[in-house]
Design a protein around this ligand. Sequence first.
Ligand SMILES: [Zn+2]
Length: 148
Amino acid sequence: MVLIPARMSEAEERRWVTVMLDKLAAQESKRILGDGELAARAGRLSGQYLEGRARPASVRWVTNQNTRWGSCTPAEGSIRLSHRLQGMPEYVIDYVLLHELAHLLVPGHGPRFWRLLECYPRTERARGYLEGVVAADRLPHLPAARGE
Ligand SMILES: [Zn+2]
């Protein structure tokens, strides 16, 4: 997401977008995790926050998931994360991963579910970040929203 302040000239805007995109690209290229790394991360999160009780059979990125950041099929033990998370801060990816891991243990979003996530210190921050991304996508004049 690239937010553009109001009242820039077109030339300024182009320059600024280029600079920001370069910066983002530099950050993102470091952060994209392979499916194997995702699985390793899921194992660490399960051990750290769920006493190792969530054991996914597969964890992978998918590109066909536009309305959900993550999903899981408890019967198969499979977890899928939207590729739109790639390049986001690690604590956000970890939150979505931990959320889906918790669903392997508790379906739905009742009190028992949220209690499982209580130990993760950045749940609220990650949820706020994701809400911000969604809100920003809806604003006009965002390169990310163009052509949709
Ligand atoms: Zn959920």
